[in-house]
Ligand binder design. Structure first.
Ligand code: ZN
Length: 257
């Protein structure tokens, strides 16, 4: 039986006899493992269309309990990603996150977010840490892990800086945050809390990435300390909610040093 998908190759692994296993995400079939015959060989027709970051139309067939690529046609290869190691690292991270959260049920929005992120990274038009943070925030929103960053959980204050409780997904204004801290000390409440400060600018950027139209995700700007606080909160939020670390993220910090 044959089927067709438009899929993004998230990762490739060499297997025996010069075959490759591809981890592919498509809207049609979600996350699938697909085998590509002899694609390590320069002679292979599929080689330039089934590498990591290739977004390709693939005709698949089933043999035994495996899916194989019969034909593939490249839609986009994001080739420029190879020219900037930081962009490459963030692209790998986005793909690793999608592979982690992807299921057999395809979600076109997760795919689109990841493709848009790779486009932005390969375009060289945006600052890489902001692309990364926007991806992290939007990914959480799409997964239903949306924090309330708009108003203080206790008093409804919408202005000024906010304290984002990463695990609870709620924010407090400064006075409610300080009050809660005093209460926690009084009750010797030792519950683990991860709190990130969001300046007004950082909070606006965070809220923008949660609610803006998908195609305008990077149409915002945030500078200096605001940008640093936004990026720190975005990363802490996704890592704490997905409850794991990513090798490609470690690699990103290595290359930034
Ligand atoms: Zn408050």
């Amino acid at each position: 039986m044959h089927s067709e998908v438009k899929g993004l190759v998230l990762r490739t692994t060499d297997v025996k006899d010069s075959d490759r296993m591809l981890s592919v995400y498509s809207a049609e079939r979600g996350l699938i493992s697909v085998y590509s015959r002899g694609s390590k060989s320069l002679k292979s027709r599929n080689m330039s269309t089934t590498g990591q970051f290739c977004y390709s139309e693939m005709v698949l067939y089933e043999r035994g309990d495996k899916l194989w690529v019969q034909e593939s046609r490249l839609i986009e290869n994001f080739y420029n990603l190879r020219e900037d190691i930081e962009a490459f690292a963030v692209a790998s991270y986005a793909c690793e996150v999608l592979e982690d959260v992807g299921t057999a049920e395809g979600d076109g929005k997760l795919l689109q977010l990841t493709l848009n992120t790779l486009f932005a990274l390969s375009s060289g038009k945006y600052r890489i840490p902001l692309i990364k943070a926007a991806f992290e925030v939007r990914m959480c929103a799409l997964l239903g892990l949306m924090p309330d960053v708009v108003s203080c959980q206790e008093c409804g204050e919408r202005e000024g800086e906010a304290f984002l409780d990463i695990l609870e997904g709620e924010t407090l204004c400064r006075s409610c945050h300080e009050k809660r801290q005093r209460e926690a000390i009084a009750l010797t409440d030792t519950e683990r809390r991860v709190v990130c400060i969001l300046s007004e600018g950082a909070r606006a950027a965070f809220a923008y990435c949660l609610f803006c139209p998908a195609e305008k995700l990077l149409a915002f700007n945030v500078e200096g300390e605001d940008a640093a606080l936004f990026c720190r909160a975005a990363e802490a939020y996704i890592l704490n909610h997905l409850e794991r670390s990513y090798k490609s993220l470690d690699f990103y910090y290595e290359v930034r040093r």
